[in-house]
Design a protein around this ligand. Structure first.
Ligand code: NAD
Length: 505
């Protein structure tokens, strides 16, 4: 069977099903329906009804259902990892790691939703001292989630679990490369809620995603490329549906002269090559202080020996999941070499028909596509810098701003603060992704909105402010009976409160 265009499907245009294929060998993993606009609308209508039941359960019952689901996913982790392994090509052990991190998030969202979103007292201020004020965060209703294939469990569940914990129903459109994973997630959750359509899946290609954007949903959480993100925003604009966009990245790992070079090299290698480089928060660029550049290169080259991408069951690197990416990876490598980059490992010939061998380039000109655009392959560009100021400046020079890492004994956190990105790990790699309390998301071309943590829960709610009058105000202002005397008193009070020159310092 041949893959047609950008999709993994070998079906005819009129077909109402598509196949997911194993990228390591082309085997058919599963056949799935292409949900039409009517199918998507029907799923959203079912979700709307289910959302009422789900919201009415309250925080405790919802948490218990989510924690039961967490246990189901945990006990069947090998089953889910196997589907992910076959649909994405990633090593089974990596699939398991991804699911383990997701389980942590489901548990955190379930256990923290009430504390973050439940009614909280706020101070009413001196002018409104007769009022008791609270704020609480109410579910939006039905949340649409559109996911990518590269982390088909972790990434969408960052929206799904948090939206569910906040009291919403979810309709999920998984990537056409990983429909089996999406189906498995929705099916297991549905078992836990005894068949209620609180979390449904609709499978299909881009058109099905577009149908979800224009359906009667209350928010759309999208993870994927920036180019598709723009189409999603345009489609959502029709109904003024708010969106979260989790898009691509071009993250750097910065190595200071006082860094532990062995650890920094280990992190750069894993950050750049794991999941065959198909990681939104993967390391694509490394900026190393020139004083330690040679030592760092010696270290990373040694550690990279023996790392190979192939179909062997024990292989640490799998295939490139999406065939069209192979051309992009090759073009980035070729462009860098044509502009004068040094090839330390791999190179143009590293790009095969399904697999790409680890490639390390140094002294890559900053205007190369390998520096400016997301490569999404097992490639690293490593450039020396004169100072950490230069490392930060170059890091911040792309439009992306997703994540990154800094290795430095003394100045790690200071450097991290200056990097324009949503997340930075200091002296470790992508550690933030496994810390459920930390919000996850980017700036600029990497998108906006946050999943994970308190921000990730609030993202799927609206703030509801309530203020209750406890006793009559000393000065009633919201009345036509207000007279000149009251106006005078107000002027005096407001001058006393705010007319002075006192500042915080
Ligand atoms: P993609 O943009 O090709 O597809 C993402 C999803 O959008 C798929 O489900 C697809 O079917 C759907 N889609 C396609 N056209 C659509 C349309 N017109 N309307 C609505 N939906 C449509 O992205 P991908 O190749 O699946 O994923 C890789 C990209 O995702 C990379 O850029 C990667 O960096 C990014 N990513 C980002 C994060 C993050 O958290 N920021 C996480 C994982 C992946």
């Amino acid at each position: 069977m041949t893959a047609t265009m950008d999709t993994p499907t070998g079906t005819t245009p009129a077909a109402s099903t598509f196949e997911s294929l194993n990228p390591a060998n082309g085997d058919v993993v599963g056949v799935h329906p292409i949900a039409s606009k009517a199918d998507v609308d029907a799923a959203v209508a079912r979700a709307r009804e289910a959302a009422e039941w789900w919201e009415a359960l309250g925080f405790d019952d919802r948490a218990n259902h989510l924690l039961t689901w967490r246990s189901v996913v945990t006990r069947r982790i090998a089953q889910l990892a196997d589907i992910s392994h076959r649909e994405t090509g990633k090593p089974h052990s990596d699939a398991q790691l991804e699911i383990a991190m997701t389980i942590e998030h489901i548990a955190w969202a379930a256990k923290h939703a009430e504390k973050v979103l439940g009614p909280q007292k706020v101070k009413s201020g001196l002018l409104a001292a007769n009022q008791a004020s609270t704020v609480e965060y109410k579910p939006l209703g039905v949340v649409g989630v559109i996911g990518p294939w590269n982390y088909p469990v972790f990434t969408p569940c960052g929206s799904i679990a948090y939206a569910l914990a906040a009291g919403n129903a979810v309709v999920f459109k998984p990537s056409e490369y990983t429909p089996g994973v999406g189906r498995w997630l929705a099916d297991t959750f549905t078992e836990v809620v005894h068949g209620r359509p609180v979390f449904q899946v609709v499978t299909g290609l881009g058109e099905t995603g577009n149908a979800l954007c224009t359906a009667d949903i209350d928010k759309l959480a999208f993870t994927g490329s920036g180019a598709t993100g723009k189409k999603v925003m345009a489609a959502c604009a029709v109904n003024l549906t708010p969106v979260i966009i989790e898009a691509g990245g071009k993250d750097s790992l910065i190595v200071d002269e006082d860094a532990d070079l062995e650890k920094a090299a280990e992190a750069a290698l894993w950050g750049g090559m794991s999941n065959a480089g198909q990681t939104c928060i993967g390391t694509e660029r490394v900026y190393v202080h020139e004083n330690v550049f040679d030592s760092f290169m010696a270290e990373i080259t040694e550690q990279a020996q023996g790392l190979r991408a192939d179909a062997h069951p024990e292989s640490k690197l799998g295939p490139i999941t999406m065939p069209k990416q192979l051309g992009i990876i090759k073009r980035h490598i070729d462009d860098a070499i044509a502009k004068g980059a040094n090839v330390v490992m791999g190179g143009s010939d590293a790009v095969g028909e399904r697999f790409v061998q680890p490639t390390i380039l140094t002294h890559v000109p900053e205007d190369s596509t390998a520096i400016t655009d997301e490569t999404f392959g097992p490639t690293l560009v490593i450039n020396p810098v004169k100072s950490m100021d230069e490392a930060v400046e170059l890091t911040n020079a792309t439009d992306y701003g997703l994540a990154g890492a800094v290795f430095s004994k003394k100045h790690g956190v200071d450097i991290a603060r200056r990097v324009r990105s949503g997340m930075t790990s200091v002296n470790s790699i992508i550690a933030f992704a496994g810390i459920p309390a930390l919000p996850f998301g980017g700036v600029g071309g990497s998108g906006f909105g946050r999943i994970h943590g308190p921000d990730g829960l609030k993202e799927f709610t609206y703030a509801k402010s309530i203020t209750r009058q406890k006793f009559k105000p000393v000065l009633l202002l919201t009345t036509f009976r207000r007279d000149a005397k009251a106006d005078g008193k107000l002027a005096t009070i407001i001058t006393l409160l705010h007319g002075g020159k006192k500042t915080l310092k």
